[in-house]
Design a protein around this ligand. Structure first.
Ligand code: ATP
Ligand code: MG
Length: 361
């Protein structure tokens, strides 16, 4: 039971496509969790951050979006993008990427966990074998706009783009990753590097990992070059507990990880500002899926698991664990699986199954 008396202020932004179908299911589990675990929610529903809003207003967000969202405790996000009407770069840059940047959400966190009932593309793996986190640096590194083109359009053309690593930026992501590893039973941190090929920034990254590691004597640490690390994700995923990477390496690993555990329809993610100066944002890994939108067949589990991640971040750890357990119970039942899991359940039926398991536990 929580001791918090103030309600959590949550901005709910369904966005586009199946976001509008799965977010209401995520909200149902949040409300059930509040009821069961005795905390209160103050949900603020917004239509901005969607292509419908863009069609009406010519922008993805209202001018005062920062004032609206800054006082909230978290943002519960669905998916953005409707390329038939708004180009993806416009919708994405006009919403999600604004939040990430303006709210300094420098941690991108994705659990990688094999769930029952999900066909694992890796042979011979059982639920329980794969259970780790990918922590991606979300603000600097390889994705900088430092660079340019010399002698453009000529035979001598040279294109340069710099990687930027600041001590502040590297240390804060490493601190988050070590804290997470410290909090888990295995207490094991793996760092993604490439210091044999990228001779300036990656040795620096390694050096900061060593320095931060000194402060966490209980955490066992190792490092792999990114190329062999991706191979180990596929061949030995049971080896990992918390894996931390720079912006580019983290990007690759945070897509590869969930792919190793089956469908995109169940995986959650978080964009976190750990100090809580700004709200953090929680969203499923999947996008707006225009190809299946409006049919009521989207898998709601990604959004429901996202709700669990958000509650964990807010400190409602028991509620979060209970939701994840309910997802596992529901997925064991073939009748509660949606089409992406070779089932026939609708979005509503699949969510009902999780809610039933949650209520029964
Ligand atoms: P983004 O642009 O956000 O990176 P995307 O547009 O490339 O993502 P998605 O929208 O995630 O990709 O869809 C990729 C594929 O996965 C589509 O075929 C889609 O139908 C399917 N898919 C995505 N989410 C779900 C879901 N929740 N349930 C079932 N299928 C899904
Ligand atoms: Mg898309």
């Amino acid at each position: 039971m929580t001791t918090k008396t103030q309600p959590y202020r949550i901005a709910v932004i369904p966005g586009d496509g199946i976001g509008k179908e799965v977010v209401p299911e995520g909200v149902r589990i949040l409300e059930a969790a509040a009821e069961k675990f005795g905390f209160r929610l103050d949900l603020e529903h917004h239509t901005f951050g969607s292509c419908d809003y863009y069609a009406e207003h010519g922008t993805m967000l209202p001018a005062n979006w920062k004032e609206i969202l800054t006082p909230t405790d978290a943002i519960f996000f669905g998916a953005v993008g409707w390329p038939a009407t708004v180009p993806d770069h416009v919708s994405l840059w006009g919403s999600l990427l604004q939040f990430r940047r303006e709210f300094d959400q420098y941690v991108n966190l994705r659990p990688v966990r094999l769930m029952p009932g999900v066909p694992c593309p890796l042979a011979g793996r059982e639920p329980g074998d794969i259970d780790f986190y990918v922590v991606r640096e979300n603000t600097e590194g390889e994705y900088s706009s430092v660079g340019g083109t010399m002698y453009p359009g000529t035979e001598r053309e040279i294109v340069i783009q710099e990687t930027v690593m600041s001590r502040h930026g590297v240390d804060r992501i490493l601190k988050f990753a070590f804290d997470l590893a410290q909090s888990r039973p295995k207490k094991h941190l793996t760092s993604a590097t490439k210091s044999n090929g990228i001779a300036i920034t990656m040795p620096y990254w390694d050096q900061r990992v060593e320095a931060m590691g000194e402060r966490y004597p209980d955490v066992r640490r190792d490092k792999y070059h990114i190329d062999i690390l991706t191979a180990h994700f596929v061949l030995n995923p049971d080896r990992f507990d918390v894996v931390v990477g720079s912006n580019l390496f983290g990007d690759i690993l945070s897509d590869l990880g969930p792919a190793c555990t089956g469908t995109i329809g169940i995986a959650p993610s978080a964009n976190i500002n750990p100090e809580g100066r700004f709200p953090s944002l929680f969203e499923p890994v999947h996008g707006s899926a225009p190809d299946i939108a409006g049919q009521g067949i989207a898998n709601p589990v990604g959004q429901i698991w996202t709700a669990a991640m958000m509650l964990e971040h807010l400190g409602e750890v028991d509620a979060a664990n209970a939701i994840v357990a309910a997802i596992e119970t529901a997925l064991r039942e073939p009748a509660s699986r949606t089409r992406d899991l070779k089932g026939t359940a609708t979005t509503r039926e699949a969510a009902d199954a999780v809610l039933r398991a949650f209520a029964a536990a």
